[in-house]
Design a protein around this ligand. Structure first.
Ligand SMILES: Cc1cc2nc3c(=O)[nH]c(=O)nc-3n(C[C@H](O)[C@H](O)[C@H](O)COP(=O)(O)OP(=O)(O)OC[C@H]3O[C@@H](n4cnc5c(N)ncnc54)[C@H](O)[C@@H]3O)c2cc1C
Length: 385
């Protein structure tokens, strides 16, 4: 991407994360994936570089930068390893952001410095076994009893949950037997009644931690309620909108990592006395991926920039995530094709990118849900034509 788009501060961050990604992440990515090993050491190194709170105000220990900067960092990490990128991305956009956006000053002071310094990781538990795309169908129940809440329910597929010090989650709030609506709460690791499932065995993002979270008569003091009672639905839509920019940036990195390998291979591998990249059939594949990657970068960074200008980016974030994640799937498929049989072998690593790409079309709203968000906005606008 043409770095002239970015400020001097963005360029410095880009160069630092690109170097870290190349020198520290890349060498361990294949092994972490093979062993399904959570990148604990890399988390500490990212913390030391100030990468665990990029868009959070410096008064809470963050870097005080913007969404564009955060997207740059996720993108660069994912060029080497999607698992490391999602660990940092989910920690920031899902772990820190709900507290940063909706927390009281006391909650922010209590939780954010530990999160931005990497002393603790953050997670956000919205999905349930029966409520994924239809997150409004949340069944987890929080009952107000005197000055505390008693929570029962189950969450599914929660990124970072096994290593998180803080988990924000949604539940249906009941007061005096009356339903108040979906509400967000903060649970600290180790709270009695909070139980974690075993790590899921996944196709991709294998070094990232994903597991179920169970609430079994978990008691939370009243001060653990996050934001306003009954406002959980609008809160999580806002959190997901930012999260979709993060996932779009992750898709850029996944595409770029696979593309670089495919390009290099097309330049080295010979068949019929020529570099395979000189065959039109391969050259056109490379041209298409390069062009679409450029388009995806514009969508993702444009959505990030608009968000930083204070605009509502529901549609732009959905478009960026939709296009970039579906590109990642196409590009990683072609990267394997360009490698021929070697693409199917672990050593060449494009199969890792292919496995890591698929979930991008599922997490933080499936491609179908992104299309629903976009189409709904289009129909609203159509009414004003
Ligand atoms: C690795 C991983 C990490 C994750 N991390 C987190 C996390 O940190 N926190 C969290 O809360 N969740 C997380 N998730 C959950 C993720 O957000 C959900 O899996 C996703 O939203 C889809 O929900 P679902 O799996 O229940 O699928 P469903 O909602 O059951 O969807 C099944 C299929 O039906 C389609 N569908 C559903 N409704 C419609 C409709 N109205 N129109 C058309 N098609 C529709 C979907 O697009 C999909 O193709 C993670 C998931 C994975 C796999």
């Amino acid at each position: 991407m043409d770095l002239r788009y970015f400020s001097e501060e963005h360029r410095l961050l880009h160069d630092m994360v690109a170097e870290f990604s190349r020198n520290e992440v890349e060498p361990v990515a294949e092994e972490q994936d093979r062993e399904g090993r959570f990148p604990k050491e890399l988390v500490q190194k990212m913390a030391a570089l100030g990468l665990l709170g990029i868009p959070i105000d410096s008064k809470y220990g963050g870097a005080g930068m913007d969404t564009v900067a955060f997207a740059i960092a996720v993108h660069q990490l994912a060029i080497a390893d999607a698992s490391t990128a999602i660990t940092m991305g989910a920690h920031t956009s899902l772990g820190c952001m709900p507290i940063y956006l909706f927390g009281t000053e006391e909650q922010k002071q209590k939780y954010l410095p530990a999160l931005t310094s990497g002393e603790q990781l953050g997670a956000f538990a919205l999905t349930e076994p029966g409520a994924g795309s239809d997150a409004g169908g949340t069944q987890t129940r929080a009952e107000k009893r005197h000055d505390k809440y008693v929570v029962n329910g189950q969450k599914a597929f929660i990124t970072n949950a096994g290593y998180a010090g803080v988990i924000s989650f949604t539940a249906r709030l009941f007061e005096n037997g009356e339903e108040v609506g979906i509400t967000t709460f903060i649970a600290e690791a180790g709270t009695p009644g909070l139980r974690l499932g075993e790590p899921e065995k996944k196709m991709g993002w294998r070094a990232s931690d994903t597991r179920a979270v169970y609430f079994e008569d978990m008691e939370l003091p009243a001060k653990q309620l996050l934001g306003e009672p009954g406002k959980g639905f609008t809160q999580f839509l806002k959190v997901l909108s930012g999260g979709r920019i993060s996932l779009g940036a992750l898709a850029l990195g996944t595409t770029e990592g696979a593309f670089r390998r495919a390009l290099k291979y097309a330049h080295e591998r010979e068949a019929f006395g020529k570099k395979i990249g000189e065959f039109q059939g391969i050259g056109f594949k490379l041209a298409d991926i390069a062009t679409e990657l450029e388009a995806a970068k514009h969508l993702v960074y444009h959505a990030a920039w608009l968000k930083d200008q204070g605009h509502n980016v529901d549609r732009e974030a959905a478009m960026a995530k939709l296009f970039a994640s579906e590109l990642a799937m196409r590009a990683t498929t072609e990267a394997i094709q360009i490698h021929g049989g070697y693409g199917y072998i672990r050593e060449y690593q494009v199969e890792r990118f292919f496995r890591d790409a698929k979930v991008l079309e599922i997490g933080e709203g499936t491609s179908e849900i992104q299309r629903i968000v976009i189409a709904r906005q289009l129909m609203e606008e159509a009414g004003r034509l």
